[in-house]
Write a protein that binds this ligand. Structure first.
Ligand code: CA
Length: 323
């Protein structure tokens, strides 16, 4: 009887996954019905970009088979929207296999525009240098196709040694200041940053560690007025916290929790999006019906509100989202 029950449970689990991951004809247009905003595929580690009044949402694709509790991520996905309600899924814009030196793992990434081109900074597993690395791909438009911009990794595990772990060089976020200088921040356990050359595909000078009281991963840098904001995940399961500074070089003043543990997911990876006069907090949780969790995550969007002194109100995660 127990065996039959297990088989039934397994089949039920399979059918949910297969029902969820239906192939759609690309481009596939759909309306979001709240959070999570995408329900036909699992999406994780969101990053956003606004170009020509359109939001581009980049995400890793969680593909863990039923009953396999591990990250299976073989490609990134891109979605676009002009109103955060109606979305279009486009062709797969990039895979780790597009980096000839990488061997897999489409982990967190961010795409940024500079000098009329779009640069994709992506975490992957390196094929010959032990550990995770950061690569850069480039395209002429936000939908790609993106191509490896260097032929080698921008950052490899052996370039940073603040910790012994092999996954401290992950989760890149790239920010261009008002003077045109671009910076890349990244890390796990230790948070690193460096200048980027104007070509966006080379580091310009030393890698420096950002002193923070505690840091797990998922940095995101943005600026509003004269304040620089560094938001990132702490602890595990993760909460998103943030720090503020008057300089991109710090010192960063820790400001506390921005977003609590996101339902049913150990990770909590944010992008902060300014669009049509409002600011949004884009993150993932594991709360999709009926089969989410840490390895089958889904992107959500809620509003982010500032206080008059520039600090940020705690995010209220909602099921309704921003509809
Ligand atoms: Ca390292």
């Amino acid at each position: 009887m127990k065996k039959i029950q297990l088989v039934l449970e397994f089949c039920l689990s399979c059918s949910i996954v297969f029902a969820q991951e239906k192939d759609k004809k690309i481009p596939y247009e759909f309306k979001s019905s709240g959070n999570p905003i995408i329900s036909h595929k699992y999406t994780a580690d969101p990053a956003t970009l606004v170009h020509n009044e359109t939001v581009y949402l980049y995400a890793g694709h969680d593909e863990a088979p039923a009953r396999e509790e591990r990250y299976v991520m073989n490609e990134w996905l891109v979605f676009s929207s002009k109103d955060l309600k109606t979305w279009t899924e486009h062709s797969v814009p990039l895979r780790p296999s597009d980096f000839s030196w990488a061997k897999g793992d489409a982990w967190a990434s961010q795409v940024i525009e500079k000098n009329g081109k779009f640069y994709w900074f992506a975490t992957v597993e390196h094929g010959s240098v032990h550990g995770k690395s950061i690569g850069v791909a480039v395209a002429d438009n936000p939908l790609g196709p993106f191509k490896d911009a260097r032929g080698t990794a921008l950052v490899t595990n052996d370039m940073t040694k603040a910790t012994d772990i092999s996954w401290d060089d992950i989760d890149p976020t790239v920010f261009t200041d008002d003077d045109g200088q671009s910076y890349i921040f990244w890390g796990n356990t230790a948070c690193y940053y460096a200048k980027l050359k104007d070509n966006m595909i080379e580091l310009d000078g030393e890698i420096t560690q950002v002193p923070l009281p505690t840091f797990t991963e998922a940095p995101w840098v943005h600026k509003r007025g004269n304040w620089y904001y560094l938001s990132y995940a702490i602890e595990f399961p993760e909460k998103t916290v943030y720090a503020m500074s008057k300089s991109i070089h710090g010192p960063w003043e820790y400001k506390g929790i921005l977003n609590e543990i996101a339902g049913n997911s150990n990770t909590n990876h944010q992008a902060i999006l300014d669009f049509k006069g409002k600011t949004y907090f884009v993150y993932h949780n594991g709360a999709i019906n009926h089969n989410g969790g840490s390895y089958r995550r889904s992107v959500c969007i809620d509003e982010l509100k500032y206080n008059p002194d520039g600090t940020i109100q705690r995010i209220i995660m909602t099921s309704e989202g921003v509809l």
